[in-house]
Unconditional design. Structure first.
Ligand code: FAD
Length: 295
């Protein structure tokens, strides 16, 4: 007999959502609506990014605080080493711990001028591994770090990149969240390489639903993510048709997640760009239902 058109999944997954700190009242409202929409899906945690050069220090703090105060979702604050001394970074971390935040996404960050070469602050943490050691001297934070299935642009080769990830785990990270990617095999190959290098901690794929193909192209160029030729063809002409693009984007991201699920992935981290609906739809397709919903 023919396979059913759509085989439903049981939703036996862990999910997390990433947001960025809002700049305006209106953006804050959008963010908050999104948090409220996604909360009933019971994410393991949600995280709030940290802008280049600490430019969003207060806004990141405020957004994380609000999540801690007003929701039951564990909140993680991203923190980078850019343009800050160790004392300054430590003070931010202490303030998080004192206000109840127990999870930090620890990152090196990038040079403040886009595309510029990274230079550590003379009195700062040189990289994410050093930052992790510093954070753990302050308090027993849960720590997530970044991983790069297609290699970080600053790494000489894949080996050096994996050695760096290993250093971050050895320094005390609990899990790695990957840079976004578009081919499932890209993640599977990376997972295999990491296992072969002796890494046994969790590596969670970061899933980026396409909100605008033009901006995905720009971001991919900066972070070294390959855009497959089929994606260019698929999104061609859709930037001016947001509703159609959303449907296509949800289909592509859901297909990616279903293939990852078929390859035994059970944790997913969504780059929401502060919009709930795409991430919500993909979680729904993976079988995730809000608390209390018996449908
Ligand atoms: P690291 O792990 O420190 O590595 C950076 C590079 O330096 C690597 O190439 C590594 O091999 C090399 N390196 C490090 N240590 C050594 C050493 N001892 N010897 C030789 N080479 C070394 N950016 C933000 O600004 N704010 C955010 O909130 C943010 N959130 C992110 C979340 C996720 C899930 C991801 C994947 C990325 C995020 N980024 C964020 C981007 C990140 O800051 C950049 O990718 C940055 O360029 C690298 O940060 P890292 O923590 O991976 O650096």
């Amino acid at each position: 007999h023919a396979q059913p058109l759509y085989a439903s999944l049981p939703g036996d997954i862990g999910i997390s959502f990433e947001f960025f700190p809002p700049k305006t009242e209106k953006m804050a409202e959008t963010l908050w609506d999104s948090v409220r929409t996604l909360e009933p899906l019971r994410p393991d945690f949600v995280s709030v990014t940290y802008g280049a050069g600490g430019s969003t220090r207060e806004r990141t703090h405020a957004a994380v605080q609000r999540i801690v105060r007003e929701t039951a979702i564990p909140a993680a604050a991203h923190l980078t080493c850019v343009d800050a001394s160790r004392e300054e970074v430590d003070a931010v971390a202490r303030a998080y711990w004192d206000s109840g935040v127990r999870h930090i996404v620890a990152l090196r960050g990038d040079a403040s001028d886009p595309g510029g070469c990274y230079r550590p602050h003379p009195d700062g943490y040189a990289n994410a591994a050093e930052l992790i050691a510093g954070l753990l001297r302050i308090a027993p934070f849960e720590i997530s770090v970044a991983a790069y299935p297609e290699k970080h642009p600053d790494s000489a080769d894949e080996r050096a990149d994996l050695d760096n990830l290993k250093r971050k785990f050895d320094a005390g990270a609990t899990r790695a969240i990957t840079q976004f990617f578009f081919e499932p095999d890209c993640f599977f190959r990376f997972r295999d390489r990491a296992a072969a290098a002796g890494i046994s901690r969790e590596i969670v794929p970061g899933v980026m639903p396409v909100m605008s193909f033009a901006s995905v192209q720009k971001m991919s160029g900066l972070c070294g993510t390959a855009i497959p030729a089929w994606m260019e063809t698929l999104f061609d002409g859709l930037d001016a048709r947001p509703a159609a693009r959303q449907l296509v984007a949800a289909t592509v991201a859901a297909e990616l997640c279903r293939r990852l699920y078929a390859g035994d992935v059970r944790k997913f981290h969504f780059y929401t760009l502060n919009r709930a609906e795409l991430s919500y739809a993909i979680c729904h397709l993976l079988g995730r239902r809000p608390v209390g919903d018996t449908a």
